[in-house]
Design a protein. Structure first.
Length: 553
């Protein structure tokens, strides 16, 4: 394992040195190592070389277009020391990088057209999002040294060249997601922003923020201060694997939460990168931290503790009117913080024992004419969905929300790869679906032999497994395939306490995911991906990302 890592690092270093030392006359052979793979790539002769006279231009007064152009230019300026001033578009652009927004262009909403010749560069799109993604491709066409946070040493020569190419591109799916669980282990705002930066570079556009759990409530709710005063902190954390008996705990108080100002800061930061944040507020299960703060939310009314270990726990919200008032009040503040269309309410792993023993829960079953506790879960989901729908939002839930019947307007997030029944039910009734099967898209799984890897929750998902993933199930009809919004990778943090631990599990598997959700199947090729991978990893290395070196031939 160590020897493979060293070989890969040497290979990446060689790529970087080659790009740094490449003379201008050799630019015809510059690689087009873009991830995800564009829909269409045509190589042209030569390359465009940025120099002291190169300018950057926009063709509209749209402030977002100007921001996209300026952000691209600022990164290049920092690494190259080139001036790259913003200027007017030449009548016949020469030695310019032009960003052109044309709403009338026959280009898909998130698509773009990029043309690079010896004379200049044109990035064209019909939408701001498309122009942003064109800028990310243009960034990836530059030498990886552009990712440096400062100028290169004066004695280092870099040919700031972009290979001549014509690219037409658009995503296959609209939902290209990456999830982050901050309930088990809290992650600081600075890291969340870095996570978003890396998502944006690879055209991922949905950040699923898992904000509440048994082990910690991570979002400030002004109406209920005990959620963060009590629910955001636990008195210790499980040591080692949860499979080891007896369990041991470190006894160290642990926690953290995001203030509403920090939430707004992250949401705005994501929006600038054309990423929609999808908040998750778990209900009715995974609610121990909330019940620890407000015991009356549980069916027993008895005090509970914020959980220190991992697993599924009995304490779930009791379906009383007081609980619904609490949940609606919480969601009212959540909706004010997150402007996106979708709100995730969890719905997974909700044991029914507490409801079976609860007179209050049984009364709801009797009053509403429900068959059992599974239909009671559906009742809870439908009430929350109605609340969200009345406010112009759409409910998303894990596939257990099919229990007791699935609302036709809910979006199903399919994760239980061993049980296709929820997927088939959702497809049959036309629900929107986001694919997140645990066997392939859970990035807390091992990446190789567990004996050579850091402790993880289990499973085995290799880079090639992720790359080969097809989001549309083989048994779906053409009509049902249209219900697949896309897919996302899920990152659960039981065994990922620090940002560098998260990065090790996410990258480079998220590169493979990005291609699986952006590129059409005919454009995906594992051998070609491996050829492009060293350049992509060199970018991550220069950015300081703690990725896992993949096992390449």
């Amino acid at each position: 394992m160590i020897a493979r890592a060293v070989r890969l690092r040497n290979r990446l270093g060689a790529v970087a040195l080659a790009l740094l030392a490449m003379p201008a006359l050799a630019q015809d052979t510059l690689p087009v190592a873009v991830v995800p793979q564009p829909a269409s790539v045509e190589r042209l002769d030569g390359a465009f070389v940025l120099d002291a006279t190169t300018t950057v231009a926009v063709t509209t007064d749209d402030p977002e277009v100007r921001r996209i152009a300026e952000t691209w230019a600022a990164r290049v300026r920092l690494a190259s020391a080139l001036a790259l001033p913003l200027a007017e578009v030449d009548v016949e652009p020469e030695n310019q990088v032009v960003f052109h927004l044309d709403p009338e262009a026959a280009i898909e909403d998130e698509g773009y057209a990029l043309t690079v010749t010896r004379e200049g560069v044109l990035v064209k799109a019909a939408s701001e999002a498309g122009l942003f993604y064109g800028a990310q491709t243009l960034r990836q066409l530059l030498p990886p040294a552009v990712e440096r946070g400062g100028a290169l040493p004066a004695e280092t020569e870099v040919a700031w060249a972009i290979p001549a190419v014509r690219i037409e591109d658009a995503p296959r799916f609209g939902w290209r997601g990456l999830h982050l669980d901050v309930g088990r282990h809290f992650q600081p705002v600075a890291f969340v922003k870095r996570y978003l930066d890396l998502m944006a570079l690879h055209k991922l556009n949905r950040f699923h923020w898992h904000l509440t759990e048994d082990q910690g409530w991570r979002i400030e709710i002004e109406r209920y201060p005990r959620l963060t005063e009590v629910g955001a902190w636990r008195d210790g954390t499980l040591v080692g694997s949860y499979r080891n008996e007896p369990h041991a705990y470190d006894g160290v108080r642990y926690g953290g939460y995001y203030t509403q100002d920090e939430i707004r800061e992250v949401v705005a930061y994501a929006a600038e990168r054309h990423i929609t944040v999808v908040p998750e507020i778990e209900m009715p299960g995974h609610a121990s931290a909330a019940i620890a703060a407000y015991p009356e939310l549980g069916c027993s009314g008895e005090p509970v503790e914020v959980v220190q270990g991992w697993g599924v726990f009995e304490d779930i919200f009791c379906p009383t009117e007081a609980t619904f008032t609490f949940l609606e009040n919480v969601l009212t503040e959540v909706l004010d913080l997150f402007p996106g269309e979708h709100v995730h309410i969890g719905g997974d792993e909700a044991p029914k024992g507490a409801w079976e023993r609860s007179a209050a829960a049984q009364e709801v079953i009797r009053r509403e004419g429900l068959a059992d506790e599974h239909e009671l879960q559906s009742y809870v989901v439908r009430r929350i969905e109605r609340f969200l729908s009345e406010r112009g939002r759409r409910l998303v839930g894990w596939d257990e929300i099919v229990e007791g019947g699935l609302s036709p307007t809910a979006t199903l997030m399919y994760w239980r790869s061993w049980d296709e029944a929820p997927l088939r039910q959702a497809a049959a009734q036309g629900n929107d679906i986001v694919m997140t099967p645990n066997h392939t898209l859970y990035f807390d799984h091992y990446q190789a032999d567990p004996a050579s890897e850091p402790l993880a929750i289990g499973g085995l998902t290799t880079l090639q497994d992720v790359y080969a993933y097809e989001p549309v199930p083989a048994f779906f009809s053409e009509g049902q395939a249209a219900s697949i919004l896309g897919a996302q990778g899920n990152v659960w943090t039981e065994y990922l306490p620090e940002p560098h631990d998260v990065e090790y599990m996410v990258w480079p598997r998220a590169l493979a995911l990005a291609e699986a959700v952006w590129s059409e199947p005919a454009r995906r090729d594992w051998v070609d991906f491996q050829d492009r991978l060293p350049t992509a990893l060199d970018r991550l290395r220069i950015l300081g990302v703690n990725y896992r070196p993949p096992d390449l031939p």
